[in-house]
Design a protein around this ligand. Sequence first.
Ligand SMILES: C[S@@+](CC[C@H](N)C(=O)[O-])C[C@H]1O[C@@H](n2cnc3c(N)ncnc32)[C@H](O)[C@@H]1O
Ligand SMILES: Nc1nc2[nH]cc(C(=O)O)c2c(=O)[nH]1
Ligand code: SF4
Ligand SMILES: [Mg+2]
Length: 210
Amino acid sequence: MTRREQQELIDKGLLLPLMEEFYTIQGEGYHKGTAAYFIRIGGCDVGCHWCDVKESWLAELHPPTETSKIVENAAKYSNTIVVTGGEPLTWDMGPLTKQLKEKGLQTHIETSGAYKLTGVWDWICLSPKKVKLPTEEIYAKAHELKCIIYNKDDFRFAEEQASKVNKNCILYLQPEWSKRDKMMPLIVDYVMANPKWKVSLQTHKYLNIP
Ligand SMILES: C[S@@+](CC[C@H](N)C(=O)[O-])C[C@H]1O[C@@H](n2cnc3c(N)ncnc32)[C@H](O)[C@@H]1O
Ligand SMILES: Nc1nc2[nH]cc(C(=O)O)c2c(=O)[nH]1
Ligand code: SF4
Ligand SMILES: [Mg+2]
């Protein structure tokens, strides 16, 4: 295949830069505790300085992989598929989710929402970032809003983002991992004072699983 042919397939979402895939327990948010197969797609230019998967950022480092192969493999492991990255909405998620749905699987996405929402999703976890805000369209569709708390200004940002989501969207505050000891007490107080919010922890990191 020429580079140009490869690029055309990437543009159509028929090839995706696959970083890793693993069967684990969803550690965060609403589906925390549920077994799920994770598909981590490389490529992200949002640039969160505290990102816990910086190795995902450069798409070129991850092999362009046939979407149909990704789906065929994922279906062996779980009924629930979590697509994450990197930023999965860097790519056209249409073909991937269409094929997952054809196999009767539940499609979940972890996204910053920074790019156009593509794909068919049973669950959208929106985790907005100040450095590259979500597109307007995703606020109406997000099932959960998961705001990362690294410093006190992140509470203000979380409220601003909460004012934009739909009324059924479940609201979470999640401590940034390296600041968890400092921010967790503030999050606890904040949630007790503002009970529309819930606490989300990265429980997989406590469980020592992927
Ligand atoms: C690695 S990101 C990939 C998906 C997408 N790019 C996003 O940011 O939503 C997956 C989730 O981990 C969160 N996350 C990343 N680094 C984190 C950290 N150091 N502490 C807590 N949460 C983090 C993100 O906010 C997001 O909700
Ligand atoms: N167990 C587990 N749960 C997760 N929830 C969101 C994750 C992600 O990196 O998107 C993640 C992850 O990397 N592992
Ligand atoms: S948007 Fe997600 S993958 Fe990209 S840098 Fe931020 S946390 Fe990491
Ligand atoms: Mg993670």
